[in-house]
Design a protein around this ligand. Structure first.
Ligand SMILES: [Ca+2]
Ligand SMILES: [Ca+2]
Length: 378
């Protein structure tokens, strides 16, 4: 017997006798029957009909959602990928799959989450989804679509030619559950594989006539995905003042038009300068993955050549000059000119012996007249 006042004072409790280890991960029902009557002896026959008081007993883990799968995504940029149960799966002991509802808290920055909806027998339309259920995932209706045009106009590099690493990553965050059950901070990272083979090159400096080894730093495949596919680097524009050559096991250098990654790794590929007197050279390559029929955009390697002064001056003009007694005659390049392939004009020095009937002066240092009959030089 329970009195109204006892209920009012909260003195009545139900205690479950199901031990925790007995409970399956399901809720159970218990109940008791009761009737209400008046405690006044004059009216004690006034009794309600028997009623049932139902108690639902939840196991302790009932309020717990199990994350079965949450996996990051690797995919080609500008494509779409199905989010299946292997990528995202949360379970609950009793909730049906359609009651497990995901909400996108932080949407992807270079893509969208889409849900395909069957509006007719044959017509399937897609719409951007902010919420979806585990059942939708199970039915194969949820996609992540990458749209790179949302991101920086599709550029791979910034203004300084550096690769935009962020361009190859995206992510989105979800919550799952309802008012009672809620899991927050579920984040899926998306690694994006560029559509094109991304090739980044560094410039070289060589001394005139010498060579420089081409390395993986000089010729860099910036995305690891393509490392295993690229099997050839093709020289599409050869150097103007040198050659690309490989050094074989027999240490013989051979001029080549393509080379492999292994040759690069083994430091067997060289740029060889031809000793000409130009201070710049360049050549252009592409990386090619034959098995997947893909090629990088062309990349040009510029070469700064450190000049060596190994060329002697050559006398190109030597004309006799005629003058009168006591006349000062200017000697210019018109009558005396030497040129040098790798020295500047102010580095060319004329060694002279003294004339017999006159002398040479620097015109800006003296204004004396020259008594010149004959000019001799050695
Ligand atoms: Ca030189
Ligand atoms: Ca010289």
């Amino acid at each position: 017997m329970i009195y109204f006042q006892e209920l009012e004072d909260g003195l009545v409790e139900y205690e479950s006798t199901i031990f925790e280890d007995e409970t399956a991960p399901f809720s159970r029902n218990d109940s008791f029957e009761f009737r209400v009557f008046n405690n006044d002896r004059h009216y004690k026959d006034l009794v309600t009909k028997s009623q049932q008081f139902i108690i639902r007993i939840f196991p302790q883990n009932y309020f717990h959602l199990d994350v079965i799968n949450i996996k990051n995504i690797t995919m080609l940029e500008d494509s779409q990928v199905l989010i299946d149960s292997k990528t995202l799966m949360v379970k609950h002991s009793e909730l049906q799959l359609d009651r497990i509802v995901y909400t996108i808290v932080q949407p992807p920055k270079s893509g969208v989450i889409k849900k395909s909806i069957k509006s007719d027998e044959s017509i399937i339309r897609e719409e951007v989804a902010n919420t979806f259920s585990q059942q939708d995932i199970f039915d194969g209706r949820i996609f992540y679509q990458n749209i790179q045009s949302k991101w920086n106009n599709g550029n791979y590099s910034d203004n300084n030619g550096r690769m935009l690493e962020d361009r190859f990553h995206d992510s989105f965050s979800l919550e799952v559950g309802d008012d009672i059950f809620r899991l927050t901070d579920l984040t899926i990272d998306v690694e994006l594989i560029p559509k094109f083979i991304t090739l980044q090159t560094e410039n070289l400096t060589v001394s005139e006539g010498s060579s420089a080894v081409l390395t993986r730093t000089t010729i860099n495949l910036t995305h690891p995905y393509y490392m295993r596919y690229v099997d050839e680097f093709i020289v599409i524009e050869e150097p103007k003042y040198g050659t690309i050559s490989s050094i074989g096991m027999d240490n013989v250098r051979v001029s080549i038009k393509s080379f492999t990654g292994e040759q690069l790794d083994d430091c067997r590929i060289y740029y060889q300068h031809d000793s000409s007197e130009y201070e710049r050279d360049w050549f252009t390559i592409v990386a090619r993955a034959n098995s997947i029929e893909k090629e990088s955009l062309p990349a040009t390697i510029h070469i700064l050549v450190t000049s060596i002064n190994d060329e002697a001056p050559m006398l190109v003009i030597m004309k006799e000059i005629n003058g009168q007694i006591n006349q000062k005659i200017q000697i210019t390049n018109g009558s005396l000119l030497a040129i040098d392939a790798d020295s500047k004009a102010n580095e060319i020095v004329y060694l002279i012996s003294m004339p017999i009937n006159g002398y040479l002066i620097h015109s800006e240092s003296t204004r004396q007249s020259i008594n010149l009959h004959k000019l001799i030089w050695i």
